[in-house]
Design a protein around this ligand. Structure first.
Ligand SMILES: Cc1cc2nc3c(=O)[nH]c(=O)nc-3n(C[C@H](O)[C@H](O)[C@H](O)COP(=O)(O)OP(=O)(O)OC[C@H]3O[C@@H](n4cnc5c(N)ncnc54)[C@H](O)[C@@H]3O)c2cc1C
Length: 394
């Protein structure tokens, strides 16, 4: 891949930058609530064909290219316009419904997700099924034209703000664990759904536990085929890893300048700080190139490979190290949480979360070990009926 803009790309970049800058006044004139602001921005992008550039105009795009999308994202990243709570719907679940949903599901949910009208959450993890999500136990039993769901999900980001969830359930306990799962669209206002926010050490409550008690879901909400939910889930997880590791978020590109500004203002800008900030810059650039490599593979029609795991691992480590460095540069103020630079303290307290969400560091190392380095695989229970797997081993 050539990293210089072609003349056509350069022209497109100018067009994107001008369009984004032209919208900022109107965007800022509305409610400052971060969720409403993100929704407003998403609707503006959808209506102008910038929501997902390679998709059709009906889906918020303009039948453009992945390169055009990357350029748009790079220009957008200069303005702190991150999708926030919309990211799960836009980045992970809309592509899943587009790939596996029925025409009716696409008509009802795709446009609304891409316009930011519906907020989505991803209901995969359970207390006994995180890294091994295929071992999940939440059950769905068919009753005529409906399914009845029972069980518990946990770590569901944004569920307290969401309208819908993509929920994975066990529909055939006698099949091996990957073969007996079905994916459903769940309206979170359905009776029997209880959402409880979990308070984190950062002081915020960004994720939730969700209890499902005799929750009735219409059969028309099954995504893909019954018992083929793993296939559906893999699409969501691939898109999650691609989004997290894409290297186009605002963090890596703006972080060195923000760290340097902090160090100068706090008077902690010594040689060690300079070296560490340079390290953040270098690793941010490497991450950006890794993201471009993944995009190149996608554009050439290749399935995302283990480079997604490398990018996720690199990005979580960079996030942790950046939080640690920010705290060090804060000096004594790092001990307090209530001051003008508190977001650096928040970043530090969020560090461990990055190492877990979207696949833990250890699990990503396992993937790299097996698929890149060719090391022997872990012992697996993939051929045994799910019902016969020891609960503690699930
Ligand atoms: C910020 C954040 C957001 C999240 N958002 C969502 C969400 O929206 N929806 C959702 O469904 N889930 C979400 N999760 C849950 C996330 O997917 C799980 O935390 C993750 O998959 C790990 O599962 P677990 O917490 O059950 O840990 P476990 O799987 O129990 O792992 C515990 C420890 O054992 C290690 N380990 C596990 N298996 C292996 C192995 N085979 N080899 C080596 N080490 C291993 C892990 O690395 C970890 O250190 C989120 C988590 C975080 C932190």
């Amino acid at each position: 891949m050539n990293f210089e803009d072609t003349p056509a790309d350069a022209e497109w970049r100018v067009e994107c930058a001008a369009w984004i800058e032209g919208q900022l006044d109107e965007l800022d004139a509305g409610s400052p609530n971060p969720v409403e602001r993100a929704q407003r921005w998403q609707a503006m992008k959808f209506d102008a064909g910038f929501a997902r550039i390679s998709w059709s105009p009906d889906e918020g795009g303009r039948n453009g290219t992945e390169i055009q999308q990357i350029i748009f994202d790079q220009e957008q990243a200069k303005h702190r316009l991150a999708p926030g709570v919309l990211q799960i719907g836009l980045g992970f679940i809309a592509p899943t419904i587009r790939a596996h949903g029925t025409d009716e599901q696409r008509a009802i949910y795709l446009r609304a997700a891409m316009r930011g009208e519906h907020i989505w959450c991803q209901m995969f993890s359970e207390p006994d099924a995180g890294s091994d999500v295929a071992g999940l136990a939440t059950s769905a039993i068919r009753d005529g034209d409906e399914w009845i769901l029972n069980g518990q999900k946990v770590w569901t980001s944004g569920a307290h703000l969401a309208d819908y969830g993509e929920v994975l359930c066990r529909t055939n306990p006698d099949a091996p664990k990957h073969s007996g799962i079905t994916a459903f669209i769940l309206d979170l206002r359905t009776p029997g759904v209880t959402i409880r926010p979990l308070k984190q050490m950062s002081g915020t409550a960004d994720f939730n536990e969700i209890f499902l008690e005799d929750v009735r879901v219409p059969h028309s909400n099954v995504i893909g085929a019954v018992n083929d939910g793993w296939h559906v889930a893999v699409t969501t997880l691939m898109n999650e890893r691609k989004t997290i590791g894409s290297g186009t978020s605002e963090g890596p590109s703006t972080m060195p300048a923000r760290l340097a500004e902090l160090a100068k203002r706090r008077n902690t800008y010594g040689p060690a700080a300079r070296q560490q900030i340079t390290d953040v810059h270098i690793r941010g650039e490497l991450l950006r190139f890794l993201g471009l490599r993944t995009m190149t593979a996608a554009m050439q029609g290749r399935r995302p490979g283990p480079e997604g795991s490398v990018a996720k691992l690199a990005s979580s480590q960079l996030n942790v190290d950046t939080g640690n460095l920010g705290l060090a540069l804060l000096g004594a103020a790092g001990m307090a949480v209530d001051h003008e630079d508190r977001r650096w303290v928040q970043r530090f307290l969020w560090g461990p979360g990055h190492r877990l969400g979207g696949g833990t560091d250890e699990v990503n190392r396992n993937i790299i070990a097996e698929r890149v380095l060719g090391l022997p695989g872990e012992p697996r229970d993939d051929t045994v009926p799910w019902r016969d797997i020891q609960r503690s081993a699930r």
